[in-house]
Design a protein around this ligand. Structure first.
Ligand code: PLP
Length: 457
């Protein structure tokens, strides 16, 4: 029996009875019923009632090549028939993760030549924490194990991912975090910049918070700093250009490793293959997932820099770590095809030179002037829209987050999917968006803003 044999109401009732969803208030959900997305094509998703919605989030920041790519289905099908599964433990390997690791190393910054696979961004970050702490232990400095992260960071939902992340709500439900992780201020000039402070100076001040945390702990106790090049789930917080080079300088000065979480930014979203390249920095680890397969299969890759890799190989013996699905052959076959498509269609260059700048220009020209919008930020194919009651004073609406949710609901009703995080609307479109798609997105978003304004004022 397929789902088409059920009515929407029946599916919603089954969903409410049996399916626990991620990041969902289930009591609230039972009242309204889930929106059932049943198919997708190109830049559009369709719900069970046939409604077409332009997907401004690329699923969950992942469907970079858009939906309906049968080449990926063919790659999965062929791999499943030939070798649906074998593991990479105990000195075995299979061809697709081997070739995928080589391909990723070719695309990555030049100090990266090794890759460890998992199935999710959270797993990759868990691996990164274990690896970084293991590295310092192998170097004879086991006490150098503190990791500095940032408020409002999102690094996943496992216990280590939640502990690394800086989301207070998540910490409140953790019942005990992984020890020795501290959080410092985020580079969010719109709310944390001082009157009269330039963006450049704010970036240096935000980076100094990392230096202060190193000095407070003692550099001999600090393993690494971890950060998303652009904080995604925390509200697309784009740091000033001065921030990342200063972070790199500080990490080098105190011999602290630099861990980048590129689960969102990896594979083209910033107009380079990796945001490390956009920011002009070199990291010791880079966590990636999502767009590695454009979300068609669950797969993550932890990119490991030469410094850590050579210690692991030369001094490490066996690293007691791995997942049943590390280097899953089907997921890796899909990833290889996905990267081939991104390359073949020149998507990264297009975001850098054409659609990315057009996206920025149109959002600034058409969305930023709206009465509910305090600021529009963009970088490549990432955008944040700050929602305010008063443009000049930056005063927010009374109930935090409520205005953004109102806008989001109008947007979905008007055929445009985007996300609300606190008082910020965020967008992360597929890299296939053309200038016409961007115009369509602006039309639908403007309509949602107008309707929300009528509700809110
Ligand atoms: N890191 C970042 C920056 C993310 O945005 C996410 C998910 O959105 C994760 C890690 C966790 O990835 P996953 O949900 O695949 O575990």
């Amino acid at each position: 029996m397929t789902y088409q044999n059920y009515s929407l109401k029946q599916l919603q009732a089954i969903d409410a009875a049996h399916h626990l969803h991620p990041f969902t208030d289930h009591k609230e959900l039972r009242g309204i019923g889930s929106r059932m997305i049943t198919r997708a094509d190109g830049p559009f998703i369709y719900d069970s009632e046939g409604k077409e919605i332009l997907d401004g989030m690329a699923g969950l920041w992942c469907v970079n090549i858009g939906y309906g790519r049968s080449e990926l289905a063919d790659a999965a099908h062929a791999q499943m028939k030939e070798l649906p599964y074998y593991n990479n433990f105990f000195k075995c390997s299979t061809p697709t993760p081997t070739l995928l690791a080589k391909k990723i190393a070719e695309l990555a910054p030049k100090n990266i030549n090794q890759v460890f696979f998992g199935s999710s961004g959270s797993e990759a970050n868990d691996t990164a924490v274990r690896l970084v702490r293991h590295y310092w232990a192998l170097e004879g400095k086991p006490q150098k194990n503190r990791i500095i992260s940032r408020q409002m960071a999102y690094h996943g939902s496992t216990i280590a991912g939640t502990s690394l992340g800086g989301m207070e709500g998540m910490h409140g439900q953790l019942g005990g975090a992984v020890p020795n992780i501290v959080h410092v201020m985020m580079p969010y000039a719109y709310e944390l910049g001082l009157p009269g402070e330039s963006d450049h100076d704010f970036g240096l001040r935000a980076a100094k918070a990392v230096e202060d945390a190193i000095l407070e702990a003692g550099a001999e106790n600090v393993a690494a700093f971890i950060g998303e090049p652009i904080q995604g789930a925390g509200g697309v917080k784009i740091p000033p250009a001065s921030y990342w080079p200063e972070i790199q300088r500080i990490c080098r000065k105190y011999d602290v490793l630099l861990m980048l979480d590129e689960v969102i930014t990896g594979y083209g979203r910033t107009g380079e293959w990796f945001a490390a390249q956009s920011m002009g920095i070199e990291a010791d680890t880079i966590t990636t997932a999502k767009a590695l397969t454009s979300g068609y299969q669950p797969l993550s890759a932890l990119l490991v820099g030469d410094r850590i890799a050579s210690t692991l190989v030369e001094k490490g013996g066996e690293f007691y770590h791995g997942y049943t699905y590390s280097g899953h052959p089907v997921a890796c076959a899909v990833a290889l095809k996905n990267l081939e498509i991104i390359e073949r269609e020149g998507m990264v260059e297009r975001v850098k030179n054409d659609t990315g700048p057009y996206f920025a220009e149109k959002l600034q020209a058409r969305i930023a002037p709206h009465g509910l919008v305090g600021e529009v930020r963009t970088f490549g194919f990432l955008a944040a829209i700050e929602i305010v009651k008063d443009k000049k004073t930056r005063e927010r609406f009374m109930e935090p987050g409520s205005a953004a949710v109102t806008i989001r609901d109008h947007a979905i009703a008007n055929g445009m999917m985007l996300r609300a995080t606190g008082d910020t609307m965020i967008m992360s479109p597929p890299l296939i968006w053309t200038r016409d798609t961007i115009d369509m997105a602006c039309d639908r978003l403007l309509m949602a803003l107008d309707l929300a304004e009528a509700d809110l004022r």
